[in-house]
Design a protein around this ligand. Structure first.
Ligand SMILES: Cc1cc2nc3c(=O)[nH]c(=O)nc-3n(C[C@H](O)[C@H](O)[C@H](O)COP(=O)(O)O)c2cc1C
Length: 277
């Protein structure tokens, strides 16, 4: 049963909700009705598109949504955010406020998911002390692996080797770059698009983090370590039936960038015609 109610005082019977519904489960009678609730994908497009805020679905009050008109970011500034985001490899050791992390997670959770599955699990470390403990546990384990001659071949062995070396020689953490927080996204393997959903969630988190002055780094060496030591994901409370998308360390930057880098041109494969069929 999906709650779907129309404020008849407000509804102008324009039919936008019926036109918009991707599942085709809204029908205009005198007022809109939901005709096949089991097929509703719970996307809330009916609530989002209504010009007068007359649609409530899934118990959501349309007046509690943010109005879009005049509230989108300026495209030039958004482009500068995208181009000006840098991988941050120097962090202060101060914890971010827990409410800021919650806000970023709440916004990241607006990222699209295949078939609106919304199954992404955000595993997060909010306390620098917990993060420090994780660093020690991982480095101890990896040092043992190296000392036992069990390092894998190839890139993973090479990078994990660098991380162990830096930790042992200089007490330097190149795995998380000294960041006080960690985010790992995972999703049930039987979700429609778990790999894509987890990466889109992290990317969305990253962009909003930088907009709020929070630095991030995709934690590739940690992912390599995780592949050698799957028990670690269990220790972190990630369900066994989940696939892990990726991990991202984050925190208050101890570096300030002054300008964008310069890239491109983008590699573009322009399709100008299609033969056959
Ligand atoms: C999937 C992925 C994994 C990455 N892993 C690491 C990593 O383990 N350590 C690191 O310092 N940077 C890592 N990076 C950051 C890249 O090196 C960085 O994005 C690239 O050098 C471009 O720099 P920019 O992000 O500042 O534009 C990773 C980036 C991606 C997308």
């Amino acid at each position: 049963m999906v709650q779907f109610t129309i404020d008849e005082e407000r509804c102008t019977q324009c039919g936008e909700c019926e036109l918009e519904c991707p599942a085709g489960v809204i029908r205009m009678d005198e007022y809109p009705e939901m005709i096949d609730a089991e097929k509703c994908s719970q996307c809330q497009h009916c609530l989002a598109v209504c010009p007068v805020g007359a649609v409530s679905v899934l118990g959501r009050d349309p007046d509690a949504s943010t109005v879009l008109a005049g509230n989108f970011p300026d495209p030039g500034k958004l482009a500068t955010l995208i181009k000006g985001r840098r991988t941050v490899r120097r962090y202060s050791d101060r914890d971010l406020p827990a409410e800021l992390i919650d806000e970023l997670l709440e916004i990241a959770n607006h990222a699209p998911t295949g078939v609106n599955n919304q199954g992404v699990l955000y595993t997060v470390i909010k306390q620098g002390a917990v993060m420090n403990r994780l660093r020690e546990v991982i480095m101890t384990q990896l040092t043992k692996l190296r000392d036992d001659g069990k390092m894998p071949e190839g890139l993973a062995g090479q990078y994990i080797g660098y991380a162990v070396q830096a930790w042992q020689d200089e007490g330097k953490d190149i795995m998380f770059r000294g960041a006080p927080h960690l985010l790992i996204t995972s999703a049930p393997q039987d979700a429609p698009c778990p790999a894509q959903d987890t990466l889109i969630g992290l990317t969305t988190f990253q962009l909003m983090a930088h907009a709020r002055g929070v630095g991030t780094v995709w934690a590739g060496i940690f992912m390599m370590a995780l592949s050698l030591w799957p028990d670690l994901s269990v220790k972190l409370g990630i369900p066994g039936n989940h696939i892990i998308g990726y991990a991202m360390a984050f925190g208050e930057p101890d570096v300030e960038y002054q300008r964008t880098v310069q890239r491109g041109p983008a590699r573009v494969n322009l399709v100008e015609g299609v033969t056959g069929g």
